[in-house]
Design a binder for this molecule. Structure first.
Ligand code: NAP
Length: 250
């Protein structure tokens, strides 16, 4: 039997990048996966097709997880399709880098609304669907929560908030057998990373030079680690924030 046979997982922002890889890895271990997306229906459908093509179970569900009403809909559809929830991966997130003089309330609000408030409200709804056996919540944070970068004050602050939420909720939800952990990746080559253009390419060279393993991450590096936190293999781990960054330490 695979590690997640019989389990139901919701992965937010799974139409591409890290979320898509996590959805595929959870499904490969037997989980039924809800592939959430905001706008890329074709991306989400392709992830579902990839999973079902290998004999796995998955559905795509649209929902902007920075909006309460969409979050409610996401879990109503999850309940309708699979009847319960065991695993939530809070992956949906945005990153924008701006120097201090360019920071605006909109830049702040947009990132905090999704990366922090959306993550909290999504978790709130998810917990209602978890049963007496508890579950596993995995927050996709970032190395920048603990090692902030210049030009990333707001984004780094959202991920530091995620790390605080992980520890706080691990204490609050432990009695319900719900574990809460974070994966904190370093730079990962995703669609979002590529959309940063020249800034991203320059940043990549700096990061590679600082990384003992000499490369940035690929989505599957995160997908594999997500299986560990989702499954009973990490049954004694909660409130952990694992930096996964090829050894990068600055
Ligand atoms: P990405 O390639 O930009 O993909 C983002 C995903 O999130 C897409 O599936 C997108 O769906 C979805 N999404 C965006 N806004 C959403 C919303 N309001 N509601 C629901 N889904 C939404 O991103 P990524 O690079 O894979 O990053 C994923 C996560 O990892 C983020 O939390 C990010 O902060 C974190 N992270 C990334 C890196 C990196 O270097 N890439 C490093 C550390 C941490 P649509 O396409 O449908 O809009």
């Amino acid at each position: 039997m695979s590690k997640l046979t019989g389990k139901v997982a919701v992965v937010t922002g799974a139409s591409k990048g890290i979320g898509a890889s996590i959805a595929e890895h959870l499904a490969a271990e037997g989980a039924s996966v809800v592939v959430n997306y905001a706008s890329s229906k074709s991306g989400a459908d392709a992830v579902v097709k990839k999973i079902t093509g290998k004999g796995g179970k998955a559905i795509a569900v649209q929902g902007d997880v920075s909006k309460s009403k969409d979050i409610t809909k996401l879990f109503a559809e999850t309940k309708q399709a699979y009847g319960k929830l065991d695993i939530l991966v809070n992956n949906a997130g945005i990153y924008e880098f701006l120097p201090l003089e360019s920071v605006t309330p909109e830049h702040f609000q947009k990132q905090f609304d999704l990366n922090v408030l959306g993550l909290l409200l999504t978790t709130q709804e998810a917990v209602k669907l978890m049963g007496a056996d508890g579950g596993s919540i995995l927050n996709i944070s970032s190395i920048v929560g603990q090692m902030p970068v210049p030009g990333g004050a707001v984004y780094s602050a959202t991920k530091a908030a995620v790390d605080a939420i992980t520890v706080s909720l691990s204490k609050e939800l432990g009695p319900k057998k719900i574990r809460v952990n974070s994966l904190n990746p370093g730079m990962v080559e995703t669609e979002g990373f590529h959309s940063m253009g020249e800034f991203g390419r320059e940043f990549r060279k700096v990061i590679e030079a600082q990384t003992p393993l000499g490369r940035i991450g690929q989505p599957e590096d995160i997908g594999k680690a997500a299986v560990f936190f989702a499954s009973g293999d990490s049954g004694w781990a909660t409130g952990q924030t694992l930096i996964l960054a090829g050894g990068q330490r600055q």
